[in-house]
Design a binder for this molecule. Structure first.
Ligand SMILES: [Zn+2]
Length: 214
């Protein structure tokens, strides 16, 4: 399934959650970003199939988004360590931009970049004593080195993702964060199941590929 399809479904889930749960702008930012990341994160594995089909303009946009993501991440880190300021919304946006752009990229450098982002999260998780952030860091750092549509495309990965999001939900005190993350991840597996390639939902317990191609 194409990244843009996952992106669209994730945005839809985020929009639905914003309407379903008590509405505030901040919550909408949370729901949409978390749903979009959850709907895309599984494809940070293996070689991205997306990158080959990109047009020149898309590539430019991708590079731009990567640099925006890197710069805003640097800004977030700088503000924290220099002035002890924390902007959760800016941090989330930086992360979304970075991950979005990296999903659409392939190769060893991209994998290393993703792992560096993951290690940064592990570091912050330890520093701030946030277990969910530590877990998220391990998840992100590990995922690029998996086979495409392998372990990241299983119910186990989905449940671990849900557990991480549950920690985030308790931290943010925003109802529905874990549900949105689970729904986003599930939507990815489901969408891939609808492609001819299918998904091995129960790997490594069962190597059976489940597919319901359109
Ligand atoms: Zn996938």
């Amino acid at each position: 399934m194409k990244g843009t399809t996952h992106l669209a479904i994730g945005t839809g889930i985020g929009a639905f959650a914003s309407a379903y749960y008590p509405f505030t702008i901040t919550h909408t930012v949370y729901y949409v970003s978390i749903a979009v990341i959850s709907a895309l994160v599984a494809d940070l594995d293996g070689p991205s199939l997306l990158s080959r089909k990109l047009s020149k303009i898309s590539k430019w946009i991708r590079e731009l988004v990567i640099w925006l993501g890197l710069l805003s991440t640097a800004a977030v880190i700088f503000l924290y360590f220099r002035y002890n300021l924390v902007y959760p919304e800016l941090s989330i946006m930086a992360l979304v931009a970075l991950l979005l752009a990296l999903v659409a990229k392939a190769g060893v450098i991209r994998n290393i970049l993703v792992s560096i982002v993951g290690c940064g999260m592990i570091y912050c998780g330890v520093l701030l004593e946030m277990l969910w952030l530590l877990g998220l860091g391990v998840f992100i750092a590990w995922i690029p080195w998996l086979k495409h549509r392998g372990l990241s495309h299983t119910v186990w990965a989905m449940l671990i993702w849900g557990a991480i999001a549950w920690g985030l939900e308790r931290q943010l005190q925003v109802e529905g964060v874990a549900m949105v993350a689970l729904a986003g991840y599930f939507s990815h597996l489901l969408a891939d199941t609808l492609t001819p390639g299918g998904v091995k939902w129960l790997l490594p317990l069962s190597k059976k590929t489940i597919r319901l191609p359109f």
